[in-house]
Design a protein around this ligand. Structure first.
Ligand code: PHE
Length: 388
């Protein structure tokens, strides 16, 4: 477990808060929170390792939101203190981090993660402790099904799988599709399943189903089998590292078909890995920085000013939105008491976010539009928006 924030300052703050608690004898208002001091929020993210692009983009968005909130006077007259920990994209680490947030740091809420698999690891810990957790961008439905303290600010994969099936039939005019999914990622197997259901219902046929596991590097055996099945298009519901290699190797094997994926493709690294091979590829995601919406353009400007001109992607936008939704709920709750905060989060309605108006439904999920992007001349390009 690596720390990305300065531990000395954090430990000092915890000690100061604890000292205040001992001296005044005032009761923590919830989750070990003490009135008057900073409101502590824990964020767990993949800042290093195979999905580092996800964690860093999401964290940058979250940190920018917290800075803006604090500049404007904080929430309930208190600043938010964001405690960020790196799970190194490794299984098991998220549980350790979140347990520490709850038992030692006394956070009032937890933000994370991008990858559904790691949100699924941490969610039971938050649920058990009855401390709200908000995933910015995990799309597998099971994440929020863990319990009534687990929320997300993005759409879910039955929607994403359905829109990709429709895109494949309608825009790519594909009837026969091959699927190559990552069996080690719940996100990937889930998205493959939802796509397949919708695609078959729309009159399509899945002519080859091949598998790989995260961290694999050679996909030629699966791709050779896929080529032999003569599909019209190839669906790769996985993360960018493997998706990039798959696209590159498919082209080397003479597979010139359209290849498409879901939001797991979203990272500048995709282009670094696959380069020119990405012509004739498409993927769905949560937002486009090219949208004319003034809220999007203000966010893009603030993000670029803060992070050396970098353009924020979907993870950055959802990371930002997750912190804003939390701050707004604390404001409405008028308290950081976990049960009040949980109820306020559950009551989130039409809250204006960078990724669109956010309403949390009875399943604690957000219903939002998706966008399809393609890659042209080594750059992501907006294709269309799909409404829920
Ligand atoms: N939705 C993916 C998952 O659930 C993560 C992701 C979100 C990836 C947004 C890219 C962009 O695992």
């Amino acid at each position: 477990m690596k720390r990305s924030a300065r531990p000395s300052r954090r430990e000092f703050l915890s000690a100061a808060v604890l000292a205040g608690f001992l001296i005044t004898g005032c009761k923590p208002t919830g989750g070990g929170d003490t009135a008057g001091g900073p409101i502590k929020v824990g964020e767990f993210a993949s800042l290093t390792g195979s999905e580092a692009a996800f964690g860093n983009a999401s964290h940058n968005g979250t940190a920018l939101a917290v800075e803006e909130i604090n500049k404007a006077g904080g929430v309930l007259g208190r600043p938010i203190e964001l405690l960020t920990e790196d799970n190194q994209s490794k299984q098991g680490e998220s549980v350790t981090i979140v347990k520490k947030f709850l038992s030692r740091d006394g956070v009032v809420a937890v933000l994370g993660e991008v990858a559904s698999g790691r949100s699924l690891e941490a969610a039971p810990v938050c649920q058990e402790a009855r401390i709200p957790m908000i995933s910015p961008s995990s799309t597998n439905p099971k994440v929020t099904e863990v319990g009534d303290h687990v929320f997300r600010v993005c759409f879910i994969d039955p929607f994403q799988g359905g829109l990709l099936a429709d895109f494949a039939r309608r825009t790519l005019k594909a009837r026969r599709v091959a699927v190559l999914a990552d069996v080690a990622a719940p996100y990937s197997t889930g998205l493959a399943e939802y796509f397949q259901k919708a695609f078959v219902a729309a009159g399509g046929e899945v002519v080859a189903e091949q598998k790989y596991a995260s961290k694999d590097k050679d996909f030629r055996a699966q791709l050779t089998a896929i080529k032999a099945a003569e599909p019209d298009a190839l669906f790769v519901p996985g993360y960018y590292t493997e998706a990039g290699l798959i696209v590159a190797q498919a082209r080397q094997l003479g597979i010139t078909l359209p290849i498409f994926g879901g939001d797991g493709w979203e990272a500048p690294e995709l282009i670094q890995i696959a380069g020119q091979a990405l012509e004739n590829t498409f993927y769905s995601t949560h937002y486009s920085s090219e949208a004319a919406d003034p809220k999007v353009q203000a966010f893009v400007k603030a993000y670029q000013a803060r992070y050396d001109g970098q353009t924020p992607d979907a993870m950055a936008a959802l990371g930002y939105d997750s912190a804003m939704v939390l701050a707004e709920a604390i404001r409405r709750a008028g308290s950081t008491e976990p049960s009040k905060l949980r109820d306020a989060l559950a009551a989130t309605r039409d809250f204006p976010c960078v990724t669109g108006k956010t309403t949390l439904d009875a399943g604690r999920n957000a219903s939002k539009s998706a966008v399809i992007l393609t890659v042209k001349d080594g750059k992501f390009k907006y294709v269309e928006t799909i409404q829920p």
